[in-house]
Design a protein around this ligand. Structure first.
Ligand code: SF4
Ligand code: SF4
Length: 111
């Protein structure tokens, strides 16, 4: 009989940099070099309109893109309403709305 401790141990997670697809990362960072100054503060996610209504997390999306992991990301980024609130609060002045729009169009081909 399995004991219920009230919590579970998360599966180990690793990024295989050799199998990651770096094309979109390079394209995104060439277009938006300021994305490299992201401090992962989560301000974009905290104020996100879509994030208030769904599980959408913009910080998670762009972090995964920067790791070259795109599985399920088109469905995720499609939840973005392009309202631009995230851009207003970003302490690094990153045009997050433009990044979201760019990722939406680029990921469409990777569904
Ligand atoms: S608000 Fe700006 S600096 Fe903070 S996580 Fe979002 S993109 Fe990065
Ligand atoms: S533009 Fe998209 S990611 Fe930014 S706050 Fe609006 S819904 Fe969220």
């Amino acid at each position: 009989m399995a004991l219920n401790f009230g919590f579970t141990i998360s599966q180990a997670r690793s990024v295989n940099l050799d199998t990651s697809d770096w094309n979109l990362v390079n394209k995104t960072l060439t277009r938006f070099p300021e994305l490299q100054s992201c401090i992962a503060c989560g301000g974009c996610t905290a104020t996100c309109t879509a994030g208030n209504l769904t599980e959408f997390n913009f910080r998670r999306v762009h972090t995964l893109v920067r790791r070259g992991e795109y599985k399920g990301l088109y469905e995720e980024i499609s939840k973005c309403m392009l309202c631009g609130k995230c851009r207003l609060v970003c302490p690094r002045g990153i045009n997050t709305r433009a990044v979201a729009l760019f990722l939406k169009s680029e990921l469409e081909g990777k569904k």
